[in-house]
Design a protein around this ligand. Sequence first.
Ligand SMILES: [Fe+2]
Ligand SMILES: [Fe+2]
Length: 183
Amino acid sequence: MDEQVQKLLDELKKKDKSTYEHSIRVADLIQKYSMAANLGIELTQGLIFCAVLHDIGKLILPNRILKKAGPLTDSEWEAVREHPRLGSKLIRQVFGCDRLWESCIVMTHHERMDGHGYPSGLHGEEIPLEARIIAVADAVDVMLHGREYQKPMSSDECKREVLRCSGTQFDPGAVAVFTHEII
Ligand SMILES: [Fe+2]
Ligand SMILES: [Fe+2]
């Protein structure tokens, strides 16, 4: 892996191990997706770069929010919802013009097809395809691994949930590949 990518991942691992492990698993799902959809080497490499760094903006969030045990206040949620923008900016700072498109993918990984995502409320195909694919991988990993207060779903439950959100939260094409080939 690129030395600068590895350095960012090392920092993330030190600060927030669970986000680091989640990022590695999302990259693994993306690798599977790329093979299933026959994406080709260039697109696959770009997607994996985005997958490992999609939550890198969390490096900039304070630990008192990132590691808070109880529910977050409104203003803390607002800060968390800044992580796509922070991550995108960090990628531009570290990699410059070489990774402008990837910084755009990271910026848009929490957008939703129905326009109810963040940070910009983009709709449908206004969201880059790569970001729509990462959004499904991101959610699938959270469903299958659970969170502190949420136990993991079975593959069947996860599949049902992803299909339920197809077209509103998720891109139907990406959902079809995940539900037929991966989950
Ligand atoms: Fe995220
Ligand atoms: Fe994530």
